[in-house]
Design a protein around this ligand. Sequence first.
Ligand code: CMC
Length: 392
Amino acid sequence: GHVFTYDPGFTSTASCDSTITYIDGDEGVLLHRGYPIDQLASQSHYLEVCYLLMYGELPTAAQLEAFETTITRHTMIHEQMHNFFRGFRRDAHPMATMVGVVGAMSAFYHDSTDVNDQKQREIAAHRLIAKMPTIAAMAYKYSIGQPFVYPRNDLDYAANFLHMCFSVPAEKYNVDPILARAMDRIFTLHADHEQNASTSTVRLASSSGANPFACIAAGIACLWGPAHGGANQACLEMLKEIGTVDRIPEFIARAKDKNDPFRLMGFGHRVYKNMDPRATVMKESADEVLELLGVENNPLLQVAKELEHIALNDPYFIEKKLFPNVDFYSGIILEAMGFPTSMFTPIFALSRTVGWISQWKEQFADPQMKIGRPRQLYLGSTYRDYVDVENR
Ligand code: CMC
């Protein structure tokens, strides 16, 4: 009795209704619960935006304080999970470690895996938001052979993350407030983006009733790919490969060549066919950080600036509406801050956790919720009889 539509890549299929995030890709608009992203990025901060995404309204002062206390009290992970980290190869990509560790949380926190219990769902949501920076920082520390650094609950969310990534026991580490602010902004700008591939993955995983840690691990796995969250790492690697400004035209030519699979990483977006509003804010932030760190003369960043300029003025990119996206600029900031490229996608993952969790939470209130089950257009062989191996 159903009429099927054929929509590869889901370019025109809505899979749910939602009240969290609104995007108008043609106009370059992004609203969270109605509030525009540029106002949130400049006037609010990450944990307040987390509250907004999860609960639908901006918190009162008391609500915000209670929420921040809850999140900062759950930043440590079970000590036994350290062993789990240590089981990975020492050169493991932090995303690989995160997929494993977050999935394994379901084996550690049995009091928050029952999805039919609203209270347990709430605890799981808070745990994930609170512990994700710790997990990402530990994955990083492990990958470079430094000791794990415990979280500090007196620092704010972004400053604590920088502390866990960059401090070592041998030295006193002071978090620069400008860098903490830039970090917070990166988190805020990545917090949610409606039904993108990883969020749809989380919803699809959850539609079967899987526990929240398993669902978020699925989201992290999906985010990893270079067409999605992996683009920030791929973009910086591309800038390094280009190397010098004089080689840019060669790469632009390759991007235009139909017979070359090469794409300019950090350009283009499925939904934004105008400047990504997050990219506009991120670009300002990038300028601020580069000025602070005095890296305007970094050759890599010069390549980035020149590439941006050329692409924005090239007829191919104009016609196809390919603008630098948020990850073009976030990669530049993270590089300047001293993060290795392998940490770019984990940082995206920790920022997006609240979006995944908010969408996951919303799903339970949806009376239409049922298991997600796309159909297909079958193009294989018609009926045929089995042939014994000696007769093939
Ligand atoms: N460089 C060169 N050409 C491109 C690029 C690019 N980065 N992106 C798209 N095109 C071309 C593409 O070849 C196609 O040309 P034609 O119509 O002649 O075949 C046309 O533009 C449309 O591309 P598409 O692949 O059909 O568009 P899509 O909506 O499926 O892809 C995208 C969106 C983001 C996957 C793609 O633009 C891309 O691969 N960009 C590079 C990777 C990247 O930066 N991804 C991060 C996205 S933002 C962060 C996030 O949300 O995860």
